[in-house]
Design a protein around this ligand. Structure first.
Ligand SMILES: NC(=O)c1ccc[n+]([C@@H]2O[C@H](COP(=O)([O-])OP(=O)(O)OC[C@H]3O[C@@H](n4cnc5c(N)ncnc54)[C@H](OP(=O)(O)O)[C@@H]3O)[C@@H](O)[C@H]2O)c1
Length: 379
């Protein structure tokens, strides 16, 4: 029996993870759940999974949640970062599913690793901000960081049974998002509704906008470089609009191994939960005859400048990826609030990155300070 803490249980990844967990009560138990403000759904999850603790964003929502639970509920309600750390370090927990969105995920993951918990990682921002610290700490404490991101899960699967010294490069596939075919002159007309309408994947709002700007692929390059210990030069991005090949690994003998499946996160989540076994989650296979053809294109960094910004941040390293991540989170929030246009997102990120004095080999404090500096930066 594996005991789990699910951080971000009410989000797209969290809900999918709980759907899988619910099907295997003899394999998994849920000891902690965490969300921000989705109280109704969290209360329902507490009723179904009876965790030891549940965490919400602040004291107000903790009060609302307590009122929503029956008087005899055994679940302790906590809030804020202290609560998240308790949820990720609980002595009864074996593994933490890191499925919160954004920089808030970093410290709970680092604390979980220090407490020797294995990590199933969806929260890519954690590795973008502090990939070196996280992976060094995981090695030091002897815990695994297993990817949930579908591309990284695909690469992880294609690496099984092979020597990493035989890898020439990895190929991250990318749907291209809703604006793959949109001419540059039409980018100024992009609306929030269009940007939230991803052609293949159903995901949370922030990653959906990141997918539309291709920042998501940029974040994934940085995530992959840390997870698999590869330099930027050995990570290629390939547009694949059907999202059937989730990513590939090219070996020095000319072989390329690919992992395929329908565009649904459950396969990647299930693999991270049960590795090295596979769970029977009744997932349909792609209908190749109906799909007909799988196509590929080179990404266009002129129309999607966020991709180049992430490559620049990764190449410079130090605190710059954390600054880029924070500037992106702030700009995406402003776009979601209809305060800025789609084209303003890369402009704001670039301006913030250009003004940052990079610290190399940063400590966690340096990274958290850089994150705060970028969030306060006046654009
Ligand atoms: N969705 C996908 O298919 C997918 C694929 C690959 C990678 N990822 C990555 O997985 C992560 C989650 O993505 P998502 O699409 O699942 O996001 P989402 O649907 O927006 O869910 C985010 C989750 O984080 C919780 N949360 C946010 N701030 C919090 C805080 N301060 N304290 C506690 N909980 C907090 C949210 O709670 P509330 O509901 O209360 O707001 C929600 O449960 C992201 O890093 C994303 O890049 C997602």
């Amino acid at each position: 029996m594996k005991s789990l803490s699910i951080l971000g249980s009410t989000g797209s990844i969290g809900r999918n993870a709980l759907q899988i967990i619910a099907k295997f009560p003899d394999r998994f138990s849920v000891r902690a759940l965490a969300a921000n403000t989705s109280i109704d759904l969290l209360a329902e999850q507490i009723r179904l999974f009876r965790p030891e603790i549940a965490v919400v964003g602040d004291a107000y929502h903790a009060l609302v949640l307590k009122k929503r639970l029956p008087d005899d509920s055994q679940t302790e309600i906590l809030h804020g970062q202290k609560g998240l750390i308790q949820a990720s370090t609980l002595s009864s927990v074996d593994a933490v599913v890191a499925a919160m969105v954004g920089a808030v995920g970093l410290v709970p993951v680092l604390e979980a690793i220090r407490a020797k918990k294995h990590i199933a990682l969806a929260n890519k921002e954690t590795l973008v901000m502090a990939g070196t610290l996280v992976m060094d700490s995981a090695r030091k404490h002897g815990v695994s960081v297993l990817p949930i991101d579908s591309e990284h899960s695909a690469i992880f699967q294609c690496l099984q049974g092979n020597h990493s010294s035989d890898v020439t490069k990895i190929i991250l596939t990318c749907s291209g998002g809703p604006f793959r075919c949109l001419p540059q002159e039409k980018f100024s007309d992009i609306t929030l509704e269009q940007a939230l309408n991803h052609p293949n994947w159903s995901m949370g709002e922030k990653i959906t906008i990141d997918s539309a700007t291709l920042m998501n692929k940029g974040l994934e390059i940085i995530e992959a470089s840390h997870l698999f210990g590869l330099s930027m030069q050995r990570i290629e991005v390939l547009i694949h609009p059907q999202s059937i090949i989730h990513s590939m690994v090219a070996y020095r003998d000319g072989s390329i191994l690919a992992q395929l499946g329908i565009p649904d996160m459950k396969t990647a989540i299930a693999y991270a939960l049960s590795y090295p076994e596979r769970l029977d989650i009744a997932q349909p296979f792609p209908d190749f005859a109906r799909i007909g053809s799988l196509t590929f294109e080179t990404p266009d960094k002129d129309r999607f400048p966020c991709l180049q910004l992430a490559i620049d941040a990764c190449e410079t390293g130090g605190t710059l990826p954390a600054v880029m991540n924070a500037a992106n989170e702030t700009a995406v929030r402003a776009f979601l609030n209809r305060d800025i246009s789609f084209m303003d997102i890369p402009k704001r990120i670039r301006k913030t990155m250009n003004q940052h004095s990079v610290i190399q080999n940063p400590s966690l404090d340096d990274i958290l300070q850089a994150d705060q500096w970028a969030r306060k930066f006046e654009n």
